[in-house]
Design a binder for this molecule. Structure first.
Ligand SMILES: *Cc1c(COP(=O)(O)O)cnc(C)c1O
Length: 382
């Protein structure tokens, strides 16, 4: 395959799927009077909860704040431990530190990169309060096994579902078995409002607490305070400032309607990658288990670790946008310095982190561009 003459080929790592429906809805909200958490946010929360098959959802500014509020709402703080995975974006463990608690890492399974449920029990201490798994790349953890273990041990499960709004496993969606599930609408996530997040759950009292915590612990929602006649409001908890606004909600509602169609498009792109790369020497693919409907957030391959950085360089020289998801959290300089982590502590996560390359995956990825990515990758691992 040749590059088109004269112009270097450029395959973006990510392109969003926003279109005329989102532009229209945002314009409609901008023409109204209410911009912050009002009727659009409430409508999105209802629709998202319905999609997820949970009783309640609360819109927030990011998944990072969702995770933080979830921990605070459950009363998890200083002196408490939260079991989580080192194979994630730093936000997962940072949120635990923001709450004043201690992240306790447990290694992952090689096939999916998800928290190894079989290793969780050995990490539990009298201080453990919760398990915080990540549904990595859109492929759900074994939530049935994890929820059963958590209830046996008397622990909460807070799901980091930033990659997995629309995924399911064994007929279960994020938020259905966990105490709370947290989602991200960051710029590169499957559905996006540039920045944004959501907390989902079934416990009405807990969700009411989450809703207060997103706005300073005030007992009345902002929309009520600004509509109708003035009524005194009171602060009853020490909360934060983390509410979603109506502009974000207006962008998200049309994407929610298309989310299954968008997932199908991602699925087709993944099938094409899998077919083209399955038998290429030097490339190892992650597994999607049969029982799982992946949200296909990220498509990653493993290449020989000593070659990985050269593969990243070669792909970029061919105009292909790449990323690494993830170099493990425990080896970040901050975590090494403050918590004493070293190489060798979580060998499976480290082996993935040293070998992984993320390729472009989004509904707007054209077949010709995907072919170019495949070609460039095959050349790079030769
Ligand atoms: C993106 C991401 C987050 C953070 O989401 P924000 O909305 O940017 O705060 C958390 N966890 C994982 C696994 C992510 O990929």
């Amino acid at each position: 395959m040749k590059r088109p003459a004269g112009q270097p080929r450029k395959v973006e790592f990510y392109k969003h799927s926003l279109g005329p429906q989102e532009f229209q809805q945002v314009q409609r909200v901008l023409k109204g009077v209410f911009l912050t958490a009002g009727p659009e946010t409430a409508a999105f929360e209802r629709e998202a909860a319905q999609f997820l098959g949970v009783a309640h959802s609360v819109g927030v500014t990011s998944c990072t704040s969702a995770l933080h509020l979830a921990l605070v709402a459950l009363g998890i703080g200083p002196g408490d431990e939260v079991i989580t995975t080192p194979m994630s974006y730093v936000a997962t463990a940072n949120a635990i530190l923001h709450a004043g608690a201690t992240p306790v890492f447990v290694d992952v399974e090689f096939a999916t990169g998800n928290l190894d449920v079989g290793k969780v029990k050995a990490a539990v201490t009298p201080r453990t309060k919760a398990i915080l798994p990540v549904h990595l790349y859109g492929h759900m953890c074994d939530m049935r096994a994890l929820a059963a273990l958590a209830s046996q041990l008397g622990l909460h499960v807070i799901e980091d579902a930033a990659h997995c709004f629309e995924g399911s496993r064994d007929g279960v969606r994020p938020g259905q078995l966990g105490t709370l599930a947290c989602f991200s609408f960051y710029a590169t996530k499957n559905i996006t409002s540039g920045e944004g997040g959501l907390i989902a759950g079934n416990d009405p009292d807990l969700m009411a607490r989450v809703k207060r915590l997103r706005n300073h612990g005030i007992d009345k929602p902002v929309s009520e305070r600004h509509s109708g006649t003035y009524v005194h409001w009171s602060q009853v908890d020490l909360g934060f400032k983390a509410n979603m606004n109506d502009i974000q909600a207006a962008m998200l509602r049309p994407q929610l309607e298309r989310v299954e169609a968008l997932r199908q498009q991602r699925h087709q792109i993944v099938q094409r990658y899998n077919a083209a790369l399955a038998d290429v020497p030097g490339i190892t693919l992650h597994k999607v288990l049969e029982s799982t409907q992946s949200a296909h957030h990220l498509y990653t391959v493993l290449v020989p670790a000593p070659q990985r950085d050269a593969v990243l360089t070669a792909l970029q020289a061919d105009g292909v946008g790449v990323a690494v998801n993830y170099r493990p959290i425990h080896l970040m300089p901050y975590y090494r310095a403050h918590m004493g982590f070293r190489e060798g502590m979580f060998p499976v996560a480290e082996s993935i982190g040293a070998a992984t390359v993320t390729l472009p995956l989004y509904p707007k990825l054209k077949i010709a561009d995907q072919n170019w990515v495949i070609h460039a990758l095959k050349e790079a691992v030769k």
